[in-house]
Every structure is written in structure tokens, then in C-alpha cells.
Ligand binder design. Structure first.
Ligand code: RIB
Length: 309
């Protein structure tokens, strides 16, 4: 039986989460309603999603030599993630995120990456076998581009699918773009990467096609444009398909994109085609919106299947 393998190069943060009636205005002090500390970071959340869905997961990252780093190390071990390539940085603290969640579940996040920004191409080289042997390499943009680019090179040389979640958005070097098999931007990330604003469905299809051409190297690369309540636009070299969102009672949208990417990677690693994998990932993203916190909301297969009929 094929055992899906996913390797993640990415961030691990501790999230300081405040629930409040609304965001404060400039110069205003607000009294919040609740406070929680969760593990998070787009990389670790996605690694957790893949692990909970049955993938063998290797994580390449950096934490600080502090209590937050210990919290993440413990969490990685309890998710049965391979931590051989997680380094502890003596000079930089563990990455943190301050998150405000409003009553409708929308969130605002500021990340201070700290140790995450010290991952190097040498770190990814050291994990070369794990990247080469994986079915899918999962990347985001909260860690240095050169390390991700080296990982993508190793993946390309060895037939590992490269999936990049371009969050938070920034311009990407052509050398990295050309190594991506599947790009999963949300609307604002797609605008930054394509240089195209879009409001109508024709405009968003045009933006997805522009991105698909940017990354396309061998006629196989696809863009999966995530549109929240409006579902997902899947743009492959041969077709463009809209996959509707699944309505749920939203508690907190933090981490929904990470559940999506982790589930998409695992479904592809299991040998599913891209359309089936995107449908599964859409259900994973919806499930994540029903739970407070990022890592805590990464769903199980059972929870996804209850939504994905
Ligand atoms: O995508 C959600 C994540 O973004 C949070 O866990 C936070 O740490 C930031 O990385």
C-alpha cells in the first residue's frame, strides 16, 4: 500500500489570539473578550493538517531556544511529525503571531518571523533525501525564499510535486515560479503575483490564467485560486473549473487556507487527481472554520468526509 509522504519547508509560530468585538481604531484602547495561546505558523499548520490526514510528514524549520519553541517541539512530536530537520536557534526567538478574531470569524494577523527567517538553503540540502522521497513538497512564504527555492530544485530533480501557498504575498523570482507544479493563491495574493485586479468572474479567470502561464514549465502546472465563500477556481493547462464553497457555521477562519493546502497536498500524495484533491481540500478548509485557533482547527479525514459528501 502506498503511504503518502509530504515534506514541508515552512514557519512554526506561536499564536497569541484575542477575540474582540472589532479591531481597535488608531489610538484607541479596546477591552477584548478572550485570550488564548495556540501553536500556529502556516508551515506547521499545513504539516499538522497533512499528518492528521495520514501522511508521513517531515518538517524543515527553525524554532527559538525558549518556551514557545518547546511548545512547538512538543506539538510536532505529538502529531508524529519527523523533526530531525527542525533546528533550535540560539540567537533568535520562536516566531510569533498576534491575531485578532472578530465575531464573524474574520481575523487580522501580524507575524514576527524571528527564527523562521534563519532557515537556509543548507538546511534544505541537509533534508534532501526527505524532499526527494516525498510525493509532495509543501512551501509557503513566511520563511526565506532561497531555502524554499533550493527545496523546489531538489523536488523538481526527483519528481516530487511542488505545491506553493504564496502567503503572505510577495513577488517571487522567476526561478522559483518555474519550479511550481501547483500554486494556491487567495484573491489578494493572486493580485500581487499577477499584477491584475479583479472583481468580475471573467477578470478572475483571466488572472488565474495569467498565473498559470507564469508558472507553467512543462504543460502540467495548475493554479488553484481560493475565493473564500465563493469557492475555488481551478485553472489547469487544459481547463478552468469552478468548485463551490461548502457553507458552515464559521467560528474562526484562521488556518482555513492551511487546512486547504495540507489536505490538497495529502490528497495528491495519495494519488488523487487535481479536481478530486481540490474538492477534498475545499471541505478541509470549511471544516477548519468551525474551530477556534489555527493548529487546533486542522481537521481529521472523518470530519472532512462528514462535510465532503
Ligand atoms: O495561516 C494562519 C497562520 O498565519 C497562523 O497560525 C499564524 O501563525 C500565521 O502564520
Amino acid at each position: 500500500m502506498h503511504h503518502p509522504k509530504v515534506t514541508v519547508v515552512g514557519s512554526a509560530n506561536v499564536d497569541l489570539v484575542i477575540r474582540a468585538e472589532r479591531m481597535p481604531n488608531k489610538g484607541e484602547t479596546l477591552i477584548g473578550e478572550a485570550f488564548d495561546i495556540f501553536t500556529g505558523g502556516k508551515g506547521f499548520n499545513q504539516a499538522t493538517a497533512a499528518a492528521r490526514l495520514g501522511a508521513e510528514v517531515t518538517f524543515i524549520g527553525r524554532i527559538g531556544e525558549d518556551a514557545f519553541g518547546e511548545m512547538l517541539q512538543t506539538a510536532m512530536e505529538s502529531e508524529q511529525i519527523d523533526t530531525r530537520f527542525v533546528k533550535t536557534d540560539a540567537d533568535n526567538g520562536t516566531g510569533i503571531a498576534t491575531i485578532v478574531v472578530e465575531p464573524d470569524g474574520d481575523n487580522s494577523i501580524i507575524v514576527v518571523p524571528r527564527a523562521n527567517m534563519c532557515i537556509t538553503p543548507t538546511d534544505t540540502d541537509a533534508a534532501g533525501d526527505s524532499i526527494a522521497n516525498a510525493d509532495v513538497l509543501l512551501l509557503q512564504l513566511e520563511t526565506p525564499i532561497d531555502a524554499s527555492q533550493r527545496a523546489a530544485e531538489i523536488a523538481r530533480e526527483n519528481g516530487t510535486i511542488v505545491l506553493l501557498d504564496p502567503a503572505p504575498a510577495r513577488q517571487l523570482p522567476v526561478d522559483l515560479l518555474k519550479k511550481i507544479d501547483i500554486l494556491t493563491p487567495n484573491a489578494s495574493e493572486a493580485t500581487v503575483l499577477s499584477g491584475q485586479e479583479f472583481t468580475t468572474s471573467e477578470q478572475r479567470t483571466a488572472a488565474a490564467k495569467t498565473l498559470q502561464k507564469q508558472i507553467n514549465q512543462d504543460g502540467l502546472s495548475s493554479v488553484v485560486l481560493t475565493l473564500g465563500e465563493q469557492g475555488v477556481l481551478l485553472c489547469t493547462p487544459t481547463e478552468t473549473e469552478h468548485i463551490p464553497a461548502i457553507p458552515v457555521d464559521v467560528i474562526d477562519t484562521t488556518g482555513a487556507g492551511d487546512a486547504f493546502s495540507g489536505a490538497l497536498a495529502t490528497a495528491l500524495a495519495n494519488g488523487n487527481n487535481i479536481t478530486e484533491s481540490v474538492k477534498y481540500a475545499t471541505a478541509a478548509g470549511a471544516a477548519a472554520c468551525t474551530v477556534l485557533g489555527a493548529t487546533p482547527s486542522m481537521p481529521t479525514d472523518k470530519k472532512i468526509k462528514a462535510i465532503h459528501k
